[in-house]
Design a protein around this ligand. Structure first.
Ligand code: CP
Length: 319
C-alpha cells in the first residue's frame, strides 16, 4: 500500500488518536504497516513526501519532552505539513488562560490537527470532544502515550517478526506510566502476552483487571520474557516515599548485564527514555547488544508520520 493512497478505516478509531485502549488489531496493524512504508521513505536521499501538503498541524506541549516533540515535528516536515509549535513558557497560559480557550484560539487560525502533550490524564479526550480539529495524544498525564506504544510495537515486530504469542515484560514504575498503559493495551490487542514487574508500591491496583500478571521477582521475569521494556523510575516521586531508596531499587529492579547473562537467552531490551543510567538500567545494557533503544527513536518518526497521515487522510476523504 502506498502512503499516498486513501486509507479506509472505520470511524471512530482514527478520527483521533487518543489511546490504544480498545483499538483493534487490524487498525494497529494498518498503522504499523503504513509506518513501514514511511520508514522506506526515510531511507531515501530526500526523505520527504507531499502527503500532508496543505494540512496544518499544531504541536501543543504543556509538559516537557525531547523525543516525542522532535519526532512529531520531524514527521510533519517529512510529510510536508505546515506546523506551529506551542509551549506553555512564554504563552498566555502563564496569564491564566484555560486549555480550552488556548486551543480554541489556535484552532480559529485554521488548524487541522492538534498534537498535544499535557500533564492531565484525559486532557486529549476533553479536547477532542470540544474542537473540530483532529487530536493526537502525545502523552496525557498517567493515562496513555499511544504513539510510544505503537513505536514500541513496531520495534518489536521488526526485531522478532510478529507480536502474537510474544512475551513482553514491562519493568519498573507501572503505576505512573502512560507508556506502560499504552503498551499493555496495544500488545494485548495484538495477541502478545504481557506481565509487569516492579515494587508493589509502583504496580497499579487494577493491573490484573487490565489482563496482566504481576511477577515480583525480576530474575523470574527475565526467564519468562522475550522482550523487557524498562520504564523510567520517576525520580520526582521519590519524595512520596514509594521506594525505600534508589540503591534498593537498583539492587532489586535495575536491569544489569549480570542479570541478562544469568537469564542465558536472547532478550530484547527497550526503554522509552529518558533513562536514569545506573538506576533502572545500566549503561552497558542500554548501549549493549540487547538494546534497541535508538531503533525505537528512529521508528517513532515513521509511526508518527503514519498516525498523522491516516488521520488527515480521513479528513480529506470526507471533504
Ligand atoms: N518517550 C518519551 O515520551 O520521551 P519524551 O518525554 O522525551 O518525549
Amino acid at each position: 500500500m502506498s502512503p499516498h493512497n486513501k486509507i479506509d478505516l472505520e470511524p471512530p478509531v482514527l478520527t483521533h488518536l487518543l489511546g490504544l485502549d480498545g483499538v483493534p488489531e487490524p487498525v494497529i496493524t494498518e498503522i504499523l504497516d503504513t509506518a513501514e512504508n514511511f520508514l522506506a521513505v526515510l531511507e531515501r536521499p530526500i526523505p520527504k513526501v507531499p502527503s500532508l501538503r496543505g494540512v496544518t498541524v499544531a504541536n501543543l506541549f504543556f509538559e516537557n519532552s525531547t523525543r516525542t516533540r522532535i519526532s512529531f515535528e520531524l514527521a510533519e516536515k517529512r510529510l510536508s505539513a505546515d506546523t506551529i509549535n506551542f509551549s506553555t513558557s512564554g504563552s498566555s497560559v502563564a496569564k491564566g488562560e484555560t486549555l480550552l480557550d488556548t486551543v480554541k484560539n489556535i484552532e480559529a487560525m485554521k488548524v487541522d490537527v492538534v498534537v498535544m502533550r499535557h500533564w492531565a490524564a484525559g486532557s486529549s479526550k476533553f479536547l477532542a470532544d470540544r474542537i473540530d480539529a483532529k487530536v493526537v495524544n502525545a502523552g496525557d498525564g498517567t493515562h496513555e502515550h499511544p504513539t510510544q506504544g505503537l513505536l514500541d510495537m513496531l520495534t518489536i515486530r521488526r526485531k522478532l517478526g510478529a507480536l502474537k504469542g510474544l512475551k513482553v515484560l514491562i519493568l519498573g514504575d507501572i503505576a505512573h506510566s502512560r507508556v506502560a498503559r499504552s503498551n499493555i493495551f496495544g500488545l494485548l490487542n495484538c495477541g502478545a502476552e504481557v506481565k509487569v514487574c516492579g515494587p508493589a508500591t509502583l504496580i497499579p491496583r487494577e493491573a490484573e483487571s487490565l489482563g496482566v500478571e504481576v511477577i515480583p521477582d525480576l530474575d523470574e521475569g527475565l526467564k519468562w520474557c522475550n522482550v523487557v521494556n524498562v520504564l523510567r523510575l520517576q525520580l520526582e516521586r521519590m519524595s512520596q516515599g514509594l521506594i525505600p531508596s534508589l540503591r534498593d531499587y537498583q539492587r532489586r529492579y535495575g536491569l544489569t548485564r549480570l542479570r541478562l547473562e544469568k537469564a542465558a537467552k536472547d532478550i530484547v531490551v527497550m526503554h522509552p527514555g529518558p533513562m536514569n543510567r545506573g538506576v533502572e538500567i545500566d549503561s552497558n545494557v542500554a548501549d549493549g547488544p540487547w538494546s534497541v533503544i535508538l531503533s525505537q527513536v528512529k521508528h517513532g518518526v515513521a509511526v508518527r508520520m503514519a498516525a498523522l497521515f491516516l488521520i488527515s487522510g480521513r479528513e480529506k476523504d470526507e471533504g
